[in-house]
Every structure is written in C-alpha cells, then in structure tokens.
Write a protein that binds this ligand. Structure first.
Ligand code: COA
Length: 327
C-alpha cells in the first residue's frame, strides 16, 4: 500500500481587501504592513462551511472520486460556524458524502495535526480521507484593532489522501480496514505535535468576543516552537534540513518564516510563501500554500516536503511527507 495525495482544492474569502483599503479606516499604512508582515492583501467573507465546501468540492473533482468513495472528512478549523454541531457535518451534507466527519481544532497547527491523524487512520486501513483546513478569522477580528485587523484572512484548502494498494487501479469502493503491513510505502516520514497551555492567554477568543493577541510574544514563541518541533521531526525521520526539497510553513508573518528558515538553514528558494495575497488564514494556510507550490511545479515525485504550523494554544506541529502525488 502506498499513501498518496490525489487531489487539491482551494477557496479564498469572496472580497479582496488591500492594505490601502485598511488605511481608510485604521491608523496603519501599506508600508508598515508590508515591511512588518509581508502581507499585501487578504480575502474576507463567507462562512467556514461555504469555503470548506468549495475547496472540498474541487479536491474531490481533481481526485476523480465519487462522493460515496470518501470514507471520512476531517475539517481542521478554529472558527466553526456554530457551537454545535461540527461544521464538518454541514460540509459532508453539501458534498453529498455518506461518511463520518469531525472537526479538529488545532488552531493554525490544525492542518498538520489533521495530516498526522489521517495518515494513522489510512495506515490502519481506511482508504480515502478528505482533509480540509478552513477558517474565517475575519468574523472574530475587531476591525478597529490595528494590531490584529491587518493580519488575518479567510480561506480553505483541501486534500484527498488515499491509501492505494500496489497495482490496484483503485476502482473499489469497499472501505473495509485491511491488515496493517509494515512494508507500507508511508507518506509520513516523521512528525511532532505539541501544546503549551500555559501560553493560552497570548492568543485567544472567547465566545461572542474578538480575538486577543500579544503579538510580540507570539512571534518569539512561534519561532522557538516551530524550530524545535522541526528539529524533533527531522530527527525522527532520520533526515536533515539538506534532505528537504521544500518547506511549507504556516503563513503568519514573513519575518517568522524567514527566522525559522534561516535557523534551519533552508534557503528562500526551498521555502513556500503565499502570505502576500492570503494573510494568515490559520488552518487553511498550509494547504493553500501547498496547492500553490504543487500547481506551479515546485514539487516533484519523491520529494521530502516539510510542513510546520503553530498557533493559539499555543499549539505546534510539524511533519515530513514523501510526495506521492496522483494515482
Ligand atoms: N500599523 C501601524 N503600526 C502598527 C500596527 C499597524 N497595523 N500594529 C502595531 N503598530 C505599531 C505599534 O503600536 C508600535 O508602535 P510604538 O512603537 O509607537 O509603540 C509599533 O508599530 C511596533 O509594534 P510591535 O508590536 O513591536 O510590532 P512588531 O514588529 O512586533 O509587529 C506583529 C507586530 C503583530 C505584526 C508581530 O508581532 C507578529 O506578527 N506577531 C505574531 C502574530 C501572529 O503570528 N499571530 C498569529 C499566530 S498563528
């Protein structure tokens, strides 16, 4: 068996908002935002359900699967549309699926957590999982607060992960678990995930309130936690930074990305950034950046791809995946 990514999908909030537009109602400037964050524009609008459905639909289409072939949806989100039920229930219905579904809240680390969870389920025998990272942080942002309003955007990114038996032309819709085979061609070569709950007050949002953030401290912790997590992951995967073909980090601030990449010795040409047009889309940021890199030909079969996220909690997660794309 071999675990592959067989489809991607993306969605961005319906309205593009430039830094120049922010200047009209906030005490900020295009120059400050670009220099301090790398963000030129972001997209606001829509619900988590709608964006996740759009990205999920595209990923299903690109993987050539019928809805009934999907065995599970995992929706990574920290901005569910309702307290209950999980937003993934609505997405499951919208996509015409008949499988199980659950939300996973790992904040901006959520997509990497979801990859790790999904991979272990695929190794356990499930065949096809739709993972979506979707967030609509503009809905919990105080648009009069310049320290947060300039940073966040809305979006969704989706991937289909399939466990394909060697030689199978993949026409089966049977999702019965198979026996675990230690010779699996695994996609996940190493991973690490963690939380420092004592730092919860640095970034949080209470019910009915707006996001509260201590930016500088989040910045410092983000760099430290991401680097440390990646070093753990690389060690577990028995790899070094030199073995990484492409680094796809969470897109929170281009200076965080640069600090992490430089500490790891990964040059800019092997680091993906799309923060200039997305802003920080939380759980959606890594799948959006991954889809961009894949569609622009920056990833080749067999490449070792490093993913790393950090976010409210404070959570962090990193993973190295072997790029088995397509069937
Ligand atoms: N426009 C203009 N000036 C701004 C501003 C804005 N949007 N936001 C803050 N400032 C001002 C501050 O008030 C401060 O002014 P002062 O020197 O007169 O007091 C000055 O800019 C510097 O503020 P500071 O907070 O030190 O800036 P910074 O370089 O740390 O950048 C962040 C602020 C928020 C961009 C940065 O700390 C950051 O990205 N932190 C991590 C946030 C994050 O990633 N959150 C999500 C985690 S998933």
């Amino acid at each position: 068996m071999s675990i592959h990514i067989t489809g991607f999908g993306t969605a961005l909030g319906e309205r593009m908002v430039t830094n120049i537009e922010l200047e009209t109602f906030l005490d900020t400037s295009d120059t400050w935002i670009k220099e301090r964050t790398g963000i030129h524009r972001r997209h606001w609008g829509g619900t988590t359900e709608a964006l996740a459905t759009q990205a999920g639909k595209e990923a299903l289409f690109n993987s050539n699967l019928d809805p009934e072939q999907i065995d599970l949806i995992i929706l990574a989100t920290t901005t569910p549309d309702r307290v209950m039920p999980a937003t993934s229930c609505a997405v499951q219905y919208n996509l015409g699926l008949s499988c199980g579904a659950f939300d996973l809240n790992g904040a901006c680390s959520g997509f990497v957590y979801a990859i790790v969870v999904a991979h272990s389920m695929l190794v356990g025998g499930i065949k096809k999982i739709l993972i979506i990272g979707a967030d609509t942080l503009s809905r919990v942002t105080d648009m009069q607060d310049r320290t947060t309003a300039v940073l966040f955007g809305d979006g969704a990114g989706a991937v289909v992960l399939e466990n394909i038996p060697f030689g199978d032309n993949d026409t089966s819709t049977d999702s019965k678990p198979e026996t675990f085979d230690a010779t699996n061609d695994k996609m996940l070569l190493g991973w690490d995930a963690g939380v420092d709950g004592s730092a919860l007050d640095l970034l949080y949002c209470n019910h009915g309130g707006y996001m509260q953030m201590e930016g500088q401290e989040v910045f410092r912790k983000a760099v430290r936690a991401t680097v440390s997590s990646i070093l753990t992951t690389l060690k577990r995967a028995k790899l070094t930074s030199a073995d990484i073909a492409l680094f796809i980090p969470h897109q929170a601030n281009s200076r965080i990305i640069e600090a992490v990449s430089s500490r790891l010795g990964i040059p800019e040409e092997r680091t993906v950034s799309n923060i200039d047009y997305t802003g920080n889309t939380s759980s959606a940021s890594i799948p959006l950046a991954m889809a961009k890199a894949a569609s622009s030909g920056r990833i080749n079969k067999g490449d070792n791809i490093l993913l790393a996220g950090f976010g409210a909690g404070m959570t962090w997660a990193s993973a190295v995946i072997k790029w088995n794309v397509g069937k």
